[in-house]
Design a protein around this ligand. Structure first.
Ligand code: ATP
Ligand code: MG
Length: 314
């Protein structure tokens, strides 16, 4: 779907992006991570031609983007950025409606779409539709920015730290929302973040960049298991790696079913969908080496033993 071959970008003498090759298949959520100034935003902005690449080629669905009219290209690509880029003299509703209107959707459909998106991002339409960007908090403005990126129902989404200004709770709910949208409609997404936990949670594939180059690209599991070098290891949080890895696995991957559990555990219950990281935290907190596991209905279905966590294969 998105294919970068030997792409570089030079700003005067600065090599912002240095000979990167990257393929993002349809439906994949690819996350770019790396320290400040390593070329993440530049990479994203070359894909929708906000920045012209200096060398190499970029193809979308097999077509070289230089052969596509930039306006037309951008209408098919949702773009959300941390600073939101909302038009200050337009209402929230009008800001969200930009692309659907450019695409010539009938008014009623545009209105319906705006309302649907406001609800999706937990902004009550009656309260927010007619507000202006300056009347919004940073987090609310950011959610409007995400709504706008989704509005035209693009196949491709480019997201540059779209949740950066949000509090941890809203951030988590938007991450879950993004994963849910992704499961339902399968967009192809390139997502930039500083936050490795966010990358591990969202990505099918993580691309680690350093000084304009790609240092490693792998699934979250593979990255944690085999970081290519000390830089990647450091980015993964060094000693926190074990916890991050436990964060990727669900309780039901290691629990014993109730029928086979040797001892029925007492104590606070874990949900089958909880992560092993949450399980470990709960065990530490309650000083227990085993906990009961319940399903969505709250019925106990198994037991998780600390031993199982310890003897788990790498
Ligand atoms: N318009 C520009 N003119 C000159 N240099 C630029 C321009 N835009 C970016 N750069 C330089 O290119 C490099 C990469 O910048 P980029 O914005 O892609 O980094 P980033 O990885 O997105 O960083 P951050 O995490 O801080 O957003 C930096 O050294 C930056 O100073
Ligand atoms: Mg950036």
């Amino acid at each position: 779907m998105i294919e970068l071959s030997n792409v570089s970008k030079l700003f005067d003498q600065t090599r912002a992006v240095d000979d990167i090759s990257l393929t993002v298949p349809t439906g994949e959520l690819c996350v770019l991570v790396g320290t400040s100034g390593c070329g993440k935003s530049t990479t994203l902005r070359m894909i929708n031609r906000l920045i012209t690449h200096s060398a190499g080629s970029i193809r979308i669905n097999g077509r070289d983007i230089e052969q596509i009219d930039p306006q037309q290209l951008r209408r098919g690509i949702g773009y959300a950025i941390q600073s939101t880029g909302l038009f200050p003299h337009w209402t929230v509703a009008r800001n969200i409606a930009v692309v659907p209107r450019l695409l010539g959707w009938p008014t009623a459909r545009v209105r319906q779409r705006v309302e649907e998106l406001l609800q999706l991002l937990e902004l009550a339409p009656a309260e927010f539709a007619d507000k202006y960007p300056r009347q919004l908090s940073g987090g609310q403005a950011q959610r409007v920015g995400v709504a706008r990126a989704l509005a035209g129902d693009p196949d491709i989404l480019l997201m540059d730290e779209p949740f950066g200004a949000l509090d941890p709770i809203t951030r988590e709910s938007l991450q879950n929302e993004l994963l849910r949208i992704q499961q339902q409609v399968r967009k192809t997404i390139v997502f930039v973040t500083h936050d490795m936990d966010e990358a591990l949670k969202l990505a099918n594939r993580i691309v680690v960049m350093d000084k304009g180059r790609i240092v490693q690209q792998d699934s979250p599991q593979a990255l944690l298991a085999k970081p290519a070098n000390a830089f990647v290891e450091n980015l993964l949080g060094g000693q926190e790696r074990g916890l991050k890895q436990a964060g990727l696995l669900r309780v039901d991957s290691l629990m014993q079913a109730l029928a086979t559990a040797a001892i029925p555990a007492a104590g606070p219950a874990l949900k089958v969908t909880d992560s092993l990281r949450q399980a470990l935290s709960l065990m530490l907190w309650h000083r227990r080496s085993s906990l009961p596991v319940v399903d969505a209905q709250g019925l106990q279905v198994g037991v998780l033993q600390l031993d199982a966590l310890m003897s788990r294969p790498q």
